[in-house]
Design a protein around this ligand. Structure first.
Ligand code: NAP
Length: 294
């Protein structure tokens, strides 16, 4: 790469907008045909300000797309049993088609137990073990939203992961692990890195596709980016700063996601798309072609 090279930006805002428009059309169609609007229930424990903002954003985007938003707030003192009871009731409510439990749920709740109370056909955030297993086996089911959004962005920019070395830095259940499984499903050779990885820089330097999902500002050094690499910066740190040192990374990468405006908007877009798909399925209208790819 020459000194003047600048990577092309992968525009998640525009793609997310198009997916949201497609979800809105599908939601209107479902409402017309069944007499019932798709409904997403959001569940929030406590009042962590970032979580409150995320839930508010998700609800506003639902309503804009013609998806009914139902909200359940529980106090920070709620027990695992109380949260499981509330989620089980939503799982059994025929008027609710998708359930989103905002995480983190705080230190007093067993998050895994709470997630597993979400009925698989309403798991539009792709957080249950069943969804993860189906996704890993390449079977139908809902994908974890941020990883699903990353894969859709790669498709949009004609990046075929087959045969490429994909390095995923981070292995959380909602981001690192599932995105690695989705890349494996698309025939990439996948390496996971985490806090115990030694020689991180030398592994990052081998990445044809790099996914940074660490949660540390500018953690990935630009000089470690392989020339021509595809760089997905999933990090979102205070001050709109990603996990990749974008200024230097841009002089070496072929494609890179900006922060903000790359991966972030895709997460909600996938959530909306999966909610209307869940509603169509539950209302007997068939899933049809995925609005994510229409
Ligand atoms: P997380 O649960 O805190 O996981 C962070 C991961 O980074 C862990 O697997 C951890 O390894 C690894 N890590 C920490 N220090 C490391 C080091 N020094 N070297 C290598 N790996 C290291 O975070 P997350 O929920 O996956 O989120 C990651 C980032 O993505 C955050 O900035 C978050 O805000 C952002 N995010 C964005 C969206 C979106 O919609 N755009 C959605 C979700 C998350 P261990 O497993 O060994 O601890």
């Amino acid at each position: 790469m020459s000194q003047t090279h600048t990577a092309r930006l992968m525009d998640g805002t525009d793609l997310a907008h198009r997916i949201s428009e497609a979800s809105a059309s599908r939601a209107a169609e479902i409402t017309r045909e069944s007499g019932t609007a798709p409904c997403l229930a959001t569940v929030l424990v406590g009042d962590d300000s970032a979580s409150v903002t995320y839930v508010r954003m998700k609800r506003a985007r639902c309503e804009k797309a013609g998806i009914v938003s139902r909200h359940l707030g529980l106090p920070a003192t709620a027990t695992t049993a109380e949260l499981v009871g509330a989620i089980t009731a939503l799982s059994q409510d025929p008027e609710v088609h998708g359930i989103l439990l905002q995480h983190p749920v705080g230190p007093y709740i067993d998050e895994r137990v709470a997630f597993e109370a979400i009925a698989p056909d309403k798991d539009v955030d792709g957080v249950t073990m069943r969804s993860f297993a189906a996704m890993s086996f390449g079977l139908p089911g809902f994908v974890s939203c941020t990883p699903g959004g990353i894969m859709r962005l790669l498709e949009e920019y004609d990046v075929d992961p087959a045969g490429k070395h994909a390095v995923v830095v981070g292995r959380s259940a909602i981001l690192g692990k599932p995105v690695g499984m989705l890349l494996l499903g698309r025939n990439a050779t996948v390496t996971y890195c985490h806090s115990h990885t030694t020689g991180l820089g030398s592994i990052v330097r081998q990445a044809d596709i790099l996914v940074a999902a660490v949660g540390r500002p500018r953690f990935i050094r630009g000089e470690d980016i392989k020339p021509g690499a595809i760089v997905i910066d999933a990090g979102y740190n205070p001050g709109n700063i990603g996990d990749v040192d974008v200024e230097t990374a841009r002089t070496r990468a072929n494609l890179i996601t900006p922060v903000p405006g790359g991966v972030g908007p895709m997460t909600i877009a996938v959530l909306l798309a999966q909610t209307v798909e869940a509603a169509a399925e539950q209302l007997g209208l068939g899933s049809g072609r995925s609005v994510l790819r229409s």
